[in-house]
Design a binder for this molecule. Structure first.
Ligand SMILES: [Zn+2]
Length: 99
């Protein structure tokens, strides 16, 4: 890896680390934690820690994919879903939380 790219990679890892910490910091408001969890997932994807499938993980449709979090305390645990499946998944999370 060239020096510039290596430094860039290291900076992204440091940023990921910071956002992972924020997302698990129970003293922070929930909206801040979830925002950091979403950002951490985006960084994880950029760093190649998470790989985006070619199609929706549920319906296999080739569409624009979104990262779905089942639990924001696991920022890098995401499922790639199309917008329609994402709505279903979010409804499941809401139902599970209120059960
Ligand atoms: Zn789908």
């Amino acid at each position: 890896m060239r020096k510039g790219r290596r430094n860039r990679h290291r900076a992204l890892l440091a940023r990921l680390q910071r956002h992972l910490e924020i997302s698990l910091d129970s003293l922070k408001p929930r909206r801040i934690r979830t925002r950091s969890a979403r950002y951490a997932a985006a960084l994880g994807e950029r760093l190649g820690l998470i790989s985006r499938p070619r199609a929706c993980s549920w319906c296999r449709r080739h569409a624009r994919l979104e990262r779905h979090h089942w639990d924001y305390t696991e920022p890098l645990n995401v499922t790639f879903l199309c917008d329609e499946c994402h709505v279903l998944a979010d409804a499941m999370v809401v139902r599970a939380a209120s059960a």
